[in-house]
Ligand binder design. Structure first.
Ligand code: MC0
Length: 136
């Protein structure tokens, strides 16, 4: 099952500009940053408050043919995904597949900080791109 909200992902055109915007206006600071070549994304995790709750993930395109670039081209910057923490990403994906939902990957891919991830297609989840995250 789903354990908690892991993060909310926001597509941004420019990661450095977005990090400055979030720090200056909202006082939110980066606690992790990496480039995920497979996903074609530069991402930064921001902690809110004492950092014990869900994070905000800023997602910037690392290449023009990436999922984030396509999202921004079509929809503009903004909320792109809602991610839940799960204990076992394969079990969680199997349970959703058994209910008829389309998972984007047959086997999990590598996500932030060595996590294992999969996604439910937004058309099967009420217009929300749902990510499943099994932390490292
Ligand atoms: C597309 N659609 C969305 C959407 N992206 N709806 C809600 N939220 C989104 N993020 C809608 C379009 O508006 C369109 O609707 C329909 O889905 C298009 O479906 P499609 O043609 O099958 O797909 P594409 O080519 O638009 O791609 C969407 C898809 C793609 C979700 C399959 O973005 C994808 O593979 N995403 C998973 C990977 C990803 O997002 N990576 C970046 C984050 P209409 O009504 O116009 O037909 S990496 C990450 O998150 C990692 C680092 C981590 O957290 O650890």
């Amino acid at each position: 099952g789903l354990l908690r909200v892991d993060h909310v992902g926001i597509a941004v055109p420019d990661l450095d500009a977005a990090l400055k915007f979030y720090a200056d206006n909202f006082g939110l600071h980066c606690v992790h940053q990496e480039t995920n070549e497979e996903q074609g994304v530069r991402e930064a995790m921001l902690a809110v408050g004492d950092g014990s709750g869900p994070r905000i993930q800023l997602l910037a395109p690392a290449r023009p043919d990436s999922a984030i670039a396509k999202f921004i081209d079509r929809s503009g910057p903004g909320l792109q995904q809602l991610a839940y923490t799960v204990a076992d990403v394969e079990a969680a994906a199997d349970a959703l597949r058994a209910r008829g939902l389309r998972l984007l990957y047959d086997t999990p891919k590598r996500g932030t900080a060595g996590s294992r991830i999969n996604f439910v297609h937004p058309k099967d989840a009420g217009g929300v791109l749902v990510e499943l995250v099994e932390p490292a």
